[in-house]
Design a protein. Sequence first.
Length: 316
Amino acid sequence: MTLHRVVALVTAPQSPFELACASEVFGTVPQDAPPHYSFRVCAERPGPLPTTAGYAMLVEAGLAALREADTVVVPGWQPPGALVSPNVAEALRGAHRRGARIVAICTGAFVLAQAGLLDGRRATTHWRSAVQLAAAFPEVRVDPDVLFVDHGDVATSAGTGAGIDLCLHLVRSDHGAAYAAQVARRMVLPPHREGSQLQYAAHPAPARADESLAPLLEWATSHLDTPLTLDHLAERAGLSSRTLARRFTEQLGTSPGQWLLGQRLDAARILLEQTDLPVEAIATRVGLASAVNLRRRFRVHLGTTPGIYRRTFSET
């Protein structure tokens, strides 16, 4: 059997974990199954290469290894947005022209973007770097919600552990669900993870507003379990609905309704993490009326369900 050649392109300082996402998936041979992949590592300059873990790894192959790759993996890039050398960019473009699949894990998406491989395409990266990627490369359609995006010839993953999700997906695409499940089982991982990466994003910092809105925001946050329409908020603030909506846009960059929904979802997340209250009770407490509505909002905005979120993040 001809092995599918996977080559990881690393750079200093390299994250060992993101490299391991690829090496464990493509380098793992399930029990009682033949190997389907070979795996090796290369760098622009072979030799000792520093890592983010404080030790150096010895990389023996240079960029010429990419000429033989069937899949090229870029396992992160530190710091995000750091300049990619012309030699690296051209090596990636050359591999892509030759028909190799180009895969980015986490901030490796910045490398693919600099090489022009994401122009006009949807892509993702770590939720913490999504705004930076979108600002630096407006021709890339950045989707911060998903765990990965696969176009067949080019693929990107969200932050860190989502690289495993992407690599298992690629194995599943190459050799079927059963083989991918064998690889995942050996790694003691689920073969497929539900939801989007936004369920893992940190709770946002409190909204910043001047003295004209701050008291209203504090009051509304403490009254989420009551009906809060735009008219209610405007009356509380002593403003017209139009004026209040304009101040929300100017100070918070969103509408009163969207801000309020965000506060309710954040409150629901905290209650799911820290209490064993039924979903119906949580929905009522945060002002989303019913468990059905809470589930629908979770699915749309976090890509998961309250039940799955609680099982993942519960502190009780």
